[in-house]
Design a protein around this ligand. Sequence first.
Ligand SMILES: Nc1ncnc2c1ncn2[C@@H]1O[C@H](COP(=O)(O)OP(=O)(O)OP(=O)(O)O)[C@@H](O)[C@H]1O
Ligand SMILES: [Mg+2]
Length: 323
Amino acid sequence: MNTPVLSVDALSVEIPTRHGLLKPVDQVSWDIAKGEILGVVGESGAGKSMTGNAVIGLLDRPARISGGQVRLNGTRIDNLTPAQMRKVRGKQIGMVFQDPLTSLNPLLTIGDQLSETIETHLAVGRTEARKRAIAALDEVGIPAAKDRIDSYPFEFSGGMRQRVVIALALCAEPSLIIADEPTTALDVSVQAQVIALLKRICRERGAAVMLITHDMGVIAETADRVAVMYAGRLAEIGPVAQVLGAPRHPYTHGLMGATPLASKGRKRLAQIPGAMPRLGALPNGCAFHPRCPKAQDKCKSDPRPTVQDGAGRAACWFPMEDA
Ligand SMILES: Nc1ncnc2c1ncn2[C@@H]1O[C@H](COP(=O)(O)OP(=O)(O)OP(=O)(O)O)[C@@H](O)[C@H]1O
Ligand SMILES: [Mg+2]
């Protein structure tokens, strides 16, 4: 079997607070293969960004990895020094965040930013780096890249800026891309274009992608597999068709609403009665049980680790039957 590009194994994150230890990420495990896009969904506060940040070594203090392992192409990266991790991030992992401006230096032209990254990571000279920077902008669909390369970030629209960020994330030829809500801040009209771009380029280059999003439409169109998180835990993971079409976990079932893929207009996650518990007040057993229509006594006392279910895994004592 091929080594996965990313392998997250029982990853846990903890935050020490005055009121005790919080666990925003609890024993999360998944692999992403070369050329594969894993969508990560879940309500606000489910731990999606925290998981992504743990993988790339960018947890904000006092949050820290408290257990598990992260492997990139078979090599552990969760125990590297900050300096080693910075190198891995620059070269092997590309990042795309919600706000393109957080990834761009406002004082440098986009050409300088791209060229610098290319020079550093691909060991080419300045002229060659500039040539490749223009090619990279071309590839992400910046019109007249040759003329725009000496512009500053503020001279671009939001959608064009995010294209530049994608070019920047890809120019060191990383094997893994982490994209955290990459289109949430963009106009609806350009969201689909940016997602299509990300998908096309990652497919062409065989990069593995962890795509965090609230948008089930994006998942349905883009991802190969989807991971559903709830209160820091993995509720369910599997091929998109299985998880969206025949969800096993009652939480996923609730998120999809009554008609999962039928209504094209409604792309956002459905509302489930009740709210996700605060991290400081997680119930015993399955964290979802207070909101779960199928909950029984066992669910109130015993947490369920994910178990193999069809082509995926689900963390539920009483999974949904096939429709
Ligand atoms: N410094 C902190 N102290 C305490 N709790 C924190 C801290 N930072 C984050 N959290 C909590 O960690 C949990 C996970 O947050 P995270 O940002 O990963 O959620 P998310 O799934 O990305 O949500 P969203 O969809 O809103 O981006 C949340 O409950 C959040 O309140
Ligand atoms: Mg987030």
